[in-house]
Design a protein around this ligand. Structure first.
Ligand code: ACM
Length: 617
């Protein structure tokens, strides 16, 4: 190891060869990157040396090399007595090393003859992800990795991505692909929104009607005109759920990628699908309930907080806790419609008997009683920030979505908090540009730069309380996302910005470097892999009006290998138009306007929206 370090120090002093991009294309940007001259060549002869052949990160890396047709045989260092790991053409993955690396961190040294990666568990896995991002595949079947020394660890321990599978159902293969994407960008928590008014998606053996009845809706609302839901329905039954066997399979898949899955079982609101299956859960079992066919909050349907119902709900939670290894269970708690509680004699009596103030007190009673049960099973609850109303359950973690106020309040009270405010660009069901060229969305505007700019630690939070912000998450609600292609479109590339918010030290964040130097390479990868994403507009193209006689137009492609096409006469550009290849000098005659429009078309045929720059003289 000493020999290797000396060698590295020598090459590090030649830092003048630092590549153009100080982050070497890596997303999320690491804590420290030192680029050095030269490349390591990966070939079919490359061997993996390790002190932990059974480590999931080691097996993951070997699997990656095998798929790429590169050397993937694993040799146990302990068996060959080569503890320093210095062997030509080797990649050494070490979990037992002296240096201190922060939790989930890693150190990666690449020179022309060896690669050495130090990290424990998730740390080693994240080092592998960085290494994989650095691989440059060659046409001859080999690949190179540029030499460098990287030290890295995350800013936050909780780095989450959410998926709503109730409004629309996404199958096992899609969920696995989602986990693959998360893992590649060092996100470690998958918040699985499994139940809501529009569908119950998890098999519960003790209450089979939850999926027999609750997973199917008769039809679905379609379309949205002028921001208002239409009156059109598709007249097509819609449903789907995961068996416990499928869930276990997905949990193992996530574990292999160091991802914890937090299941969300919504209560006491957002629960119409469950009430359609078991009307006794409601405050008025004489009413008939059907799995909701439209969006928005079901205004007067909520679980009734009776002892019998607590028995059903805790039975469900017990099965969920047996299934998922996560320490956290998300119990929802948002947007609870309280009218039914106001009208219910039982609830009013309960408020009196328990000396509660009002229906908010009843909500607090409900959540605290659930928390007591969950805590008794050595688990903890997470809830949306409404669980603060009427008093926060003693050990609850709060997910702050209605801005940051709830998160700040909870952190000041000493509770852990996950920031996920829609106002911070973390609702990925919001549009990526306010434009009719974008697909239908729930509304809002969360462009890439906005997600990127978000800082999860509010300035107004007392310094000693900042440690309670354990992380950040983005949410993908799927009312208006019915297909995998659209889910990918809404997710990417914003998830990459989220990853950098969650991982990278604030001082290393640089939007220009992220969007212009790193993103294009990653999008080219998605393009080649058949993963959908939003194609950004050409770098340098704007929707604006500019005044003057002479204009220099300098553009760059936001996706490596894509072509920018343009028109100067107001026509919508397409692949039959002029490709942009070199900066343009445009002279606009006096009293004239040139309508300069661009589109980006990628190698797989994906298209950006059209930009429109009016050059006025
Ligand atoms: C939420 O968006 N209702 C948590």
């Amino acid at each position: 190891m000493k020999k290797l370090l000396l060698l590295l120090l020598l090459v590090l002093s030649l830092d003048a060869f630092a590549q153009h991009d100080p982050n070497m294309g890596i997303i999320p940007a690491p804590v420290s990157v030192k680029k050095v001259q030269g490349d390591f060549k990966l070939s079919s002869e490359t061997i993996i040396l390790t002190d932990s052949p059974e480590c999931r990160a080691v097996r993951f890396f070997a699997g990656y090399l095998r798929k790429a047709g590169l050397g993937s045989s694993i040799t146990d260092i302990n068996l060959i007595g080569k503890k320093d790991g210095v062997m030509k053409n080797s990649v050494t993955l070490l979990t037992n090393f002296k240096d201190e690396v922060p939790k989930e961190g890693y150190e990666l040294f690449i020179d022309e003859n060896h690669i050495v990666l130090n990290g424990r568990n998730a740390g080693l896995f994240y080092g592998v992800q960085t290494l994989m991002q650095l691989v440059q595949k060659k046409n001859d079947g080999t690949a190179t990795i540029p030499c460098a020394a990287i030290r890295d660890y995350p800013r936050f321990p909780y780095r989450g991505m959410h998926l709503d599978v109730s409004r629309h159902f996404f199958d096992v293969d899609f969920v696995k692909q989602y986990l693959d994407l998360m893992a590649a960008y060092k996100l470690n928590t998958f918040h699985w929104h499994l139940t809501d008014d529009q569908g119950w998606r998890i098999e519960i053996k003790k209450y089979p009607k939850l999926t027999e009845i609750g997973s199917m809706r008769a039809q679905t609302k379609i379309g949205r005109a002028a921001g208002v839901d239409s009156d059109l329905y598709d007249n097509t039954p819609y449903g789907g759920f995961y068996t416990q066997e499928q869930i276990t399979d997905i949990i193992h898949y996530a574990e292999d990628r160091y991802i914890t899955i937090i299941p969300e079982i919504e209560m006491p609101g957002h629960s119409v699908a469950a009430m359609a299956a078991y009307p006794e859960l409601s405050c008025d079992p004489s009413k008939s309930y059907k799995v909701r066919e439209t969006w928005g909050v079901a205004e007067d349907d909520v679980y009734c907080p009776s002892d019998d119902n607590f028995k059903i709900i805790t039975d469900i939670l017990a099965e969920v806790m047996d299934l998922f290894p996560s320490r956290y269970i998300h119990i929802g708690g948002d947007e609870v419609p309280k009218d039914a509680w106001k009208k219910s004699e039982f609830c009013q009596q309960l408020i009196q008997d328990r000396d509660l103030k009002d229906v908010n007190g009843l909500q607090s009673y409900f959540i605290s009683r659930i928390e007591l049960f969950v805590n008794s099973r050595d688990h903890n609850i997470i809830g949306w920030d409404e669980i603060l109303d009427g008093g926060l359950a003693p050990n609850a973690t709060v997910m702050s979505w209605r801005g940051e106020a709830g998160g700040i309040k909870a952190a000041q009270l000493g509770h852990d908090v996950i920031m996920t405010p829609g106002s911070g660009g973390l609702y990925f069901d919001h549009a990526q540009l306010k434009s009719p060229q974008e697909p239908l969305s729930i509304g809002g505007n969360a462009p890439l730069w906005k997600t990127y700019a978000y800082d999860p630690v509010p300035k107004e939070l007392d310094k000693d309380k900042r440690k309670h912000i354990i992380g950040v998450q983005a949410n993908l609600w799927t009312e208006y996302i019915a297909t995998p292609a659209k889910a990918e479109y809404m997710l990417l590339p914003r998830m990459l910005a989220l990853a950098e918010v969650a991982w990278t030290p604030t001082a290393n964040k640089d939007y220009k470097n992220f969007a212009e130097m790193r993103i294009p390479h990653h999008l080219a990868h998605f393009d080649a892999e058949g993963i959908n994403y939003r194609v950004p507009t050409a770098i340098g193209a704007k929707d604006t009006t500019m005044n003057g006689g002479k204009f220099n137009i300098e553009l760059a492609s936001p996706v490596e290998g894509a072509t920018i096409y343009y028109t100067i006469d107001g026509y919508t550009p397409r692949e039959t138009d002029l490709p942009y290849t070199t900066p343009l000098q445009i002279t606009v005659p006096e009293h004239n306007t040139i309508d300069f429009k661009t589109i980006v078309i990628t190698p797989s045929g994906k298209r950006s929206v059209v930009t429109d720059m009016k050059l006025v003289n």
